[in-house]
Ligand binder design. Structure first.
Ligand SMILES: C[S@@+](CC[C@H](N)C(=O)[O-])C[C@H]1O[C@@H](n2cnc3c(N)ncnc32)[C@H](O)[C@@H]1O
Length: 199
């Protein structure tokens, strides 16, 4: 099963710590994978009445996540998308939008569309939480992500299709106020952790 890798956990925990989950009423997750983060949030972090909507493009992931979230069926739903944007969900219907290790899989145009969707789905004041592979700051991290980016260009499947990105580069200042941005490294693999507020 493709569950959260060990290098991802620290960065995801850092994002959750900045996302004020205790104040959320309606969460949207793009590319939920196996639903592990959704279950963690529903179990430990979110208020009892908070709704959770998770989507993924993979039928296998949706099936695993749906089984995992079955105990929360009254307030959590998992749906398969065709991977295109816009999504079918209503504008301004969520106050948190989460994407962990998804944006780094998308090409430039898809990435911008995904962030436009985040802006459309979020209420003003809602929070966007992003975690993605990024270029490191230290020499070893830079070397690893440099090699990673080269492999991605030559053979995307070898590195799961993802490449290092800087999510803040895609967040237009008139739409987003960046509340938190840091690089979290585990096993010398750097991840960008960004939380931005929808203006
Ligand atoms: C590397 S996994 C990360 C899963 C999970 N977010 C995590 O952090 O463990 C990326 C996930 O994004 C999904 N995905 C890729 N492109 C997508 C898209 N356009 N819309 C929805 N899901 C997508 C994949 O099917 C996969 O489950």
């Amino acid at each position: 099963m493709q569950d959260m890798q060990r290098y991802e956990k620290r960065a995801i925990d850092a994002m959750v710590a900045q996302l004020s989950p205790e104040g959320a009423r309606s969460v949207f997750e793009l590319g939920c994978g196996t639903g592990r983060l959704a279950r963690q949030l529903l179990t430990d972090e979110l208020p009892g009445l908070c709704r959770y909507t998770a989507v993924d493009v993979s039928g296998t992931m949706v099936a695993i996540a749906a089984e995992r979230l079955a105990p929360f069926a009254a307030r959590a739903e998992v749906e398969r998308t065709d991977g295109s944007f816009p999504l079918r969900h209503r504008a301004a219907s969520f106050d948190r939008f989460i994407a962990t290790y998804v944006l780094d899989l998308l090409d430039e145009e898809e990435l911008r569309c995904a962030l436009s969707e985040a802006a459309r789905l979020l209420l003003p004041g809602g929070l966007l939480g992003i975690v993605s592979l990024t270029a490191g700051e230290r020499p070893l991290e830079r070397a690893i992500t440099g090699v990673w980016a080269r492999i991605q260009r030559l053979s995307p499947r070898t590195v799961g299709g993802c490449r290092p990105i800087d999510p803040t580069r895609y967040l237009d200042a008139w739409l987003w106020r960046i509340r938190h941005a840091e690089t979290v490294s585990s096993f010398a693999i750097p991840s960008a952790v960004v939380v931005a507020e929808r203006r």
